[in-house]
Write a protein that binds this ligand. Structure first.
Ligand code: SF4
Length: 304
């Protein structure tokens, strides 16, 4: 474990009883030789992944296929979203070799589509946009064929960030709304629902880039609130929607209110297709980067 200056991974005092996990949420522990090989490559280049930092339940499946999602700009976030398992506190210093290391790791993993995300960096003048751009440029320098998806923070009050991102031309720009606006004050403190929507719209309109956004469910929202948000997302021209079950990382995180059934996920998925999304991934274990490669390839083929 690398030494970090993080303060805390938990945010709340929560003494309520745990809701038992339904069978459709249970996953196998990551054990195959491919999983260990992926782990070795991540370690060899001294990189961070959101798969590990967020304790993603899909790590066994994704890493078995060598699909790791890199997390740049350190392991410590400057925000304190109450659902999130990433450490928050004083951020790490920037690693100027990170773009090169990511590009080399992408080739070592033989990825055809890579997803790069980051912690939030409110402390940086550009919010970390230049590091995203450098990673994109470096990956393309070493691998001309690859497609690149970035999952970014909201870049609030970071004036040039949007242009920096657009100029770097990622294939997919993803920024998650995470939840319905009524819950922002509890779950995404420091974020703004309308700002996040307008960020996605600007990237779409100015950059003509595929846009993607996601929600977690199980935090106390109603189905009609979910419908309202996803309708709004379509009005903001978001192409690709992901919806997955919120899993409470620890007792100190935002309380899990409900496990949605697979049938309820199917209902949301049907609503999303009806609203005109170009790609929808909606299931209990859906995460932003889950099957991102195959969904992007389907999206491109369907809209060629
Ligand atoms: S779903 Fe995404 S974050 Fe989770 S293990 Fe797969 S690639 Fe990593």
């Amino acid at each position: 474990m690398k030494k970090t200056n993080y303060i805390s991974k938990t945010h709340l005092t929560n003494t309520s009883k745990k809701i038992p996990k339904p069978p459709w949420i249970k996953v196998k522990a990551p054990q195959s030789s491919s999983v260990f090989k992926t782990k070795d490559i991540v370690k060899q280049f001294n990189l961070n992944t959101v798969c590990e930092e967020a304790a993603c339940p899909n790590i066994g499946e994704c890493w078995n296929n060598k699909h790791a999602t890199f997390m740049i700009l350190g392991r410590v976030c400057t925000r304190k979203c109450t659902f999130c398992n990433i450490a928050s506190g004083i951020p790490n210093t920037l690693d100027e070799n990170e773009p090169e290391k990511i590009a080399r790791a992408v080739n070592a993993l033989n990825l055809k589509h890579v997803v790069i995300t980051s912690v939030d960096r409110d402390d940086l003048e550009d919010g970390g946009a230049n590091q995203f751009a450098s990673c994109i440029n470096k990956i393309r320098e070493l691998n001309k064929e690859i497609t690149i998806e970035i999952l970014t923070p909201d870049f609030q009050r970071k004036k040039n960030a949007i242009d920096i991102i657009i100029n770097a031309m990622p294939d997919v720009f993803n920024h998650n709304l995470e939840t319905i606006p009524r819950l922002y004050k509890d779950i995404r403190r420091g974020a703004s629902y309308l700002h996040s929507l307008s960020l996605l719209k600007t990237i779409k309109e100015k950059g003509n880039i595929w846009t993607k956004s996601g929600l977690m469910v199980g935090l106390g929202e109603t189905i009609s609130e979910v419908y309202e948000v996803i309708s709004t997302m379509r009005n903001y021209s978001i192409d690709f929607l992901t919806v997955g079950q919120y899993l409470q990382p620890t007792i100190g995180h935002q309380k899990l209110v409900k496990y949605y059934s697979p049938e309820e996920f199917k209902l949301i998925e049907d609503m999303a297709w009806d609203l005109g999304f170009k790609m929808v991934s909606c299931s209990p274990l859906t995460r932003s980067s889950y099957h991102a490669d195959e969904h992007f390839s389907m999206l491109r083929k369907a809209n060629a």
